[in-house]
Design a protein around this ligand. Sequence first.
Ligand code: PMV
Length: 347
Amino acid sequence: NTVEKVTFSWQTPSNIALVKYWGKTDPQLPKNASISFTLNNCHTKTSIEFTKTEKNSTVEFELFFEGKKKDDFKPKIAKFFDRIKEYCPYIFEYKMVINSENSFPHSSGIASSASGMSAIAMCLLSLEKELNPTITEDYFNQKASFLARLGSGSASRSIEGPLIVWGEHPEIEGSSDLYGVQFPYKVHPIFENYQDAILLVDKGEKQVSSTVGHNLMHNHPYAENRFKQANDNLGKLSTILQNGDIKEFINLIESEALTLHAMMLTSNPYFILMKPNTLEIINKIWEYRAETNSNICFTLDAGANVHVLYPNNEKESVNEFIKNHLALYCQKNQYICDNAGFGAQKQ
Ligand code: PMV
């Protein structure tokens, strides 16, 4: 098929890891398997207008973010195209105009690379399908995840939902280091429509990027044990997700979050991404759990923000608790109520 001019638009979500990916080798292959909840409200919408040109020697594109030309984001996207070009040579034959916007506040400390990279990957796959209509939906999603992974590792988990595994693992059928797959077993109803309130503790630029953080795992004294522990935890979590043992879930999730940050505390050079209010919130969550028997728990990303996780049946009570007791630790009292979602949506 020849296609002269076409535009595709996709909305893809962010995700929050339950078992964390921290440490990788080239080309963006994880040192351990990870699993995440796909989010619903935190997403990126991206459209790409493709116009056929003479075959170029470089990838040609323009970039607009929230309506404005954004040349400072260009190097990151150019690097992404460079990494994926061997898998989609057709990008040399089109000029691309990329328009992108996030549903969450810009520089809120919510990683936009997962949703941003996966949205571009979906638009590229739409073009590929236009050029070759015989490709199947499975191939489409798998390749989109594969491409997104080359942009940002965790982006491989932002194509589908609500639970995605990335990284080869003996207990997860079909899992791969190359792309994310749906958690393949039946999940207990307690984990359906799981809630995630993202408390915006610190919206500033991170002092240490995740790229630098991953690299510091190379000479890290605890690295090998950590990779083994993460894989063991994924095996345990697989059982928990099926049998619904929520107390075990809480234990494992919070330990994963603190272990991720423990890796940062013990790397060389060491660094701290948590802020005083991160710890205030964690303590309040523990107090609330002790006083009420709630199944609320927390996880952390590579930053100061706290993700508060809770089952759907506690939505009302926990939302009240957050509003009255946790919001005051957030910058400008800001937080985002989200829940596990189902992945990319064509616009
Ligand atoms: O995808 P990256 O390279 O930004 O790394 C993400 C790492 C964590 O968010 C800290 C953990 C994870 O598994 O998402």
